[in-house]
Design a protein around this ligand. Structure first.
Ligand code: NAD
Length: 321
């Protein structure tokens, strides 16, 4: 069995490798070659923790496994550890033997950022130049860094409920040599692409804040009850998701579907656009929306990529089982 510890991930994994891994597993999901297992998520009644498993199997790459982890709200204050903790386990699809154990904390941020970047590549207008960020927390910086690597933007604008967090986004824009401008939500009308990534339980980005032709990657809503967008935006947009079943239960579409504004059948898997079986954006005025809820197969795809990189570099720790 190989171990790739959390401390090694930053040196091994790149946004480019994460992009490729996530793009190809989304395509495999849409073609039926890969599927996610039902998610287990439990309040364990200890340390206020939420703990669970996200797993799946990709027959095309023979990637089988799960991510185990969750949220310990007091970790930072009590232990100086980050609140989200996860570990990914990969198994040999032929024998069931454990193959690898991989630190999942940084990989979660990289695979989430890769998902929105893949949506931007396949759904945004090719002339998109202004990137709007709504949210400025831990994930937002990864989202911005990945989007700037894969898009052709020349300006970043941003809004956050807590404006004191916006300089973190300005720093990431500066790394890419781009200007950053804080705006009110109304100012998001200037954006060609908008990424939303907040811990919000009520709509923040309203239909009037978005111009025709925009691509929105809605990345913060990954649990029942969370919400970032005005449901009217989903009714106006052509909606795509990593996985439709998750989109309507724990994703942003849960609210528009419950309000009867859209139906589950109105939502297309992003992988169908990657595979070419759905045309994706068909006009410059169309609003496209990606509901990225986060699936186990994304975690397995980036973990498998990191194990390959660690083996190549000779840094994977081998343990006999
Ligand atoms: P964080 O705590 O670092 O940042 C939270 C962000 O939300 C900040 O910008 C904060 O100002 C903002 N915010 C908090 N309360 C708000 C409110 N009521 N209204 C508007 N904005 C509010 O969190 P993070 O790690 O950056 O995660 C952000 C979200 O992304 C969380 O909801 C998290 O569960 C989700 N997430 C999704 C995926 C996925 O695959 N889709 C993966 C990881 C995290």
């Amino acid at each position: 069995m190989l171990i790739v510890p959390e401390r090694d991930i930053a040196d091994l994994m790149t946004p480019e490798a994460a992009f490729e891994a996530v793009e190809s597993v989304f395509a495999a999901m849409a073609s039926g070659a890969a599927y996610n297992f039902p998610v287990v998520r439990e309040a364990i009644g200890h340390e206020n923790a939420l703990y669970g498993f996200k797993g799946g199997f990709d027959r095309s790459g023979l990637t089988l496994g799960l991510k185990a982890g969750g949220y310990w709200p007091d970790n930072l204050a009590k232990r100086g550890l980050i609140n989200h903790q996860s570990t990914i386990f990969l198994f040999d699809a032929d024998s069931g033997m454990v193959r690898a154990m991989v630190g999942g904390n940084l990989l979660t941020a990289l695979r989430t950022a890769a998902a929105s970047s893949v949506s931007i590549r396949h759904l945004a207008r090719k002339d998109a130049r202004v990137l709007g960020m709504v949210g400025a927390g831990h994930q937002a910086k990864f989202q911005l860094r990945a989007a700037l690597k894969h898009g052709n933007f020349d300006k970043v604008i941003g809004w956050n409920l807590h404006p004191e967090m916006l300089p973190g986004l300005a720093e990431v824009a500066a790394e890419a040599g781009l200007p950053f401008e804080p705006v009110e939500l109304d100012g998001m009308r200037a954006a060609d692409v908008i990424i939303t990534i907040m811990s919000s339980f009520a709509p923040v980005l309203m239909a009037g804040h978005v111009s025709p032709g925009t691509h929105i990657a809605c990345m913060g809503t990954d649990t029942k009850g969370k919400q970032e967008l005005d449901p009217a935006l989903l009714a106006r947009a052509t909606v795509f998701a990593d996985e439709v079943a998750q989109s309507v239960t724990i994703g942003e579409a849960q609210h528009a579907v419950a309000a009867g504004l859209i139906a589950e059948t109105d939502i297309t898997q992003l992988g169908a656009v990657i595979n070419g079986s759905h045309p994706g954006r068909t006009s410059a005025d169309q609003i496209t929306l990606f509901d990225g809820t986060g699936v186990g197969l994304q975690d397995l795809a980036v973990a498998a990529a990191v194990v390959t990189l660690a083996e190549r570099r000779g840094t994977a720790i081998e343990v006999s089982v």
